[in-house]
Design a protein around this ligand. Structure first.
Ligand code: FAD
Ligand code: NAP
Length: 547
């Protein structure tokens, strides 16, 4: 490290850079990146804003938080020993168990010695003369590295809406994505939950179990499927463990990153007889899986009429579950296609609205105007509450990246480069920002897939690339503008052929005022995406400029 660039962190003599790689973030992506890159002999340091590892599972400690991809598959595949020794207790593990798992990974692979916790990266500037990234932290340190890997997460930049009067609210305020570490007890309290996305859908039944009164403030109803969570059957677990190599390969070769047998042609929902369609949807509903409807018919996300058949099926289940027809109608999503906002998986969400102390407020008919010291105000109504829980989501996919002042060639900011929406080549790199890698960046399957599968694929690809560069003595690796243009157009074309951009979802950036509206994740599926990445590498990193 140069003399004018000291690391202002007392007692860290080991931090004398420069590093080969700095990884930002110690969630599932950062942890695996460190393990893999260190294994190549690269001097790697991870910088993490939180006081612990685990990313999503460190921050989101709200009641009911659990994965909605089965734990046997939402787990690393890189170590057969880890696979065999870890015991999941539930089909969908809860947050404490997932965090224990990630802590175990950090210990088992001796990762902590190269992770700086409580360190938020505020800026990353590419120094063209030196061919290095200069990384500044909010705590005042500056470090340098040949490569910078952003493992900052697609759903880590949480948002709190600006609501008049919130600062003067006299009760307690919580955010699902920044939940306190100590137990929160809502017993005897009147609680407001704002938002009805996946986080709220998980938290609401548990909060209702404690609170004296619960008022749910809903702006847009979501489609939620029953999780059918259960303790893991030891026989099933043993079978999966025995078959792990095969199971993992099925997941890698699937559309969504979960082990699915390759589809026979599914056919159109419109060609099926109503009774047959109903039976298929019933089967999907019983499966307790986010991906089960994708296994019914091939045109659910491309044809409005076909989509309506699935939407109608789920709407009927909501009406069947909720006793009060007026409440049921408010919970029924009808203004966007089924699956065009990310589906939720729940345990008793709709049933919760049958409880006498639970009220649903429809913000479409009566918008939230302000908060007083004792109440949430919607239209002319005051709802007195003691606690407010914000489950209002994230500035997804680009939020955590753009929160860092990233500057590439000629000092150009990433914010400027992405002013009209994110532009990447393969979701892994962006033109004008040499030696910068994005893990599960926009333009990759990321949030449409089992994220652990996508994370492992990206980390492996990046590790192989760094090894390839090192063997050639190359020091600069950068996406070419033409390759980026073509990939961005391809990502857009795939989504434009579906109904998915029609909803105001976080996939499109519509949940953030002023955010450019583009469908950010890659819709081509995990298998074909992996094949493309591998082909690019095999072809001498076609579309990248290597010097
Ligand atoms: P994260 O886990 O988000 O970790 C990113 C880390 O980077 C964070 O610790 C953050 O503090 C750190 N960071 C960010 N910016 C900076 C900075 N400037 N400086 C320093 N550190 C920084 N996906 C699934 O596939 N299945 C699921 O069941 C599932 N459930 C989810 C449940 C919840 C409640 C949420 C919010 C998301 C869920 N996801 C799920 C998506 C989940 O985010 C990913 O599965 C996974 O955690 C991504 O790992 P990551 O390491 O890329 O990002
Ligand atoms: P989300 O899906 O974006 O939901 C946010 C909710 O808050 C929406 O209902 C939104 O309404 C509402 N909202 C936002 N701003 C508001 C405002 N100003 N006033 C009133 N309502 C407002 O966020 P999330 O629930 O945290 O989930 C995000 C993603 O994280 C999920 O889609 C999923 O990928 C992942 N996740 C997974 C799980 C799991 O089950 N494993 C759990 C949690 C999260 P609108 O819809 O009208 O914008």
């Amino acid at each position: 490290m140069s003399g004018d660039d000291p690391l202002h962190r007392p007692g860290s003599a080991d931090d004398a850079g420069p590093y080969d790689v700095i990884v930002v973030g110690a969630g599932p992506a950062g942890l695996y990146a460190l393990h893999r890159l260190r294994g190549l002999g690269l001097r790697t340091l991870v910088l993490e804003a939180a006081d612990g590892v685990g990313g999503t599972w460190y921050w989101n400690r709200y009641p009911g938080a659990r994965c909605d991809v089965e734990s046997m598959f939402y787990s690393y595949s890189f170590s057969p020993e880890l696979e065999q020794e870890w015991e999941w207790t539930e089909r969908y593990a809860g947050q404490p168990e997932i965090l224990r798992y990630l802590d175990h990974v950090a210990d088992r692979f001796d990762l902590r010695r190269d992770i700086r916790l409580g360190t938020r990266v505020s800026a990353a500037h590419f120094d063209e003369a030196g061919g290095r990234w200069r990384i500044r932290t909010r705590e005042g340190a500056t470090l340098t590295a040949s490569y910078c890997v952003m493992a900052t997460g697609c759903l880590s930049h949480s948002r709190l809406p600006a609501i008049e009067g919130l600062d003067d609210f006299g009760g307690s305020v919580y955010r699902t994505a920044r939940w306190p570490h100590e137990d929160v007890d809502f017993s005897g309290r009147r609680v407001a939950v704002i938002g009805t996305g996946s986080s709220a859908v998980q938290a609401i039944p548990l909060i209702a179990g404690q609170a004296a009164q619960l008022t749910v403030f809903q702006r847009t109803p979501n489609f939620s499927l029953p999780a059918r969570n259960r303790p893991l059957d030891p026989a099933e677990w043993t079978r999966t463990k025995r078959n792990y190599p095969h199971v993992r390969e099925l997941a890698r070769q699937s559309v969504s990153g979960v082990p699915q047998a390759p589809h026979a042609a599914l056919g159109s929902a419109l060609a099926a007889r109503p009774a047959e369609r109903e039976a298929r949807y019933r089967h999907a509903w019983e499966a307790g899986s986010l991906f089960s409807f994708a296994d019914t018919y091939s045109d659910l996300i491309t044809d409005s009429e076909a989509n309506e058949t699935a939407g109608d099926f789920v709407r009927a289940r909501i009406r069947e579950t909720v006793n009060d027809p007026a409440v049921a109608e408010r919970l029924v999503p009808r203004h966007y296609p089924f699956g065009a906002k990310r589906l939720c998986l729940d345990s008793g969400y709709y049933e919760t609205f049958n409880r006498s102390h639970v009220t649903l407020v429809d913000l479409r008919s009566s918008p939230l105007t302000r908060v007083t010291p004792q109440a949430v105000v919607t239209g002319a109504d005051e709802h007195p509450v003691d606690s407010i829980v914000f489950a209002t989501g994230f500035d997804a996919m680009t939020g955590a990246l753009l929160a860092v002042d990233i500057r590439g060639r000629e000092g150009r900011t990433l914010k400027a480069a992405w002013a009209d929406g994110p532009r990447t080549y393969l979701g892994l790199a962006t033109a004008g920002f040499p030696n910068l890698f994005l893990i599960t960046g926009p333009g990759s399957p990321s949030v449409l897939s089992n994220m652990i599968v996508s994370i492992e694929q990206h980390v492996d690809w990046i590790a192989d690339t760094l090894q390839w560069l090192s063997l050639r003595g190359a020091t600069s690796f950068e996406a070419a503008h033409e390759a980026e243009d073509a990939w961005t157009a391809h990502v857009d074309a795939l989504s434009a052929a579906t109904l998915l951009p029609r909803a105001a979802s976080w996939w499109t950036g519509a949940n953030i005022a002023g955010k450019p509206r583009t469908f950010m994740p890659y819709l081509g599926g995990v298998k074909s995406y992996r094949e493309t990445c591998d082909a690019v590498a095999a072809d001498g990193y076609r579309g990248f400029i290597v010097t």
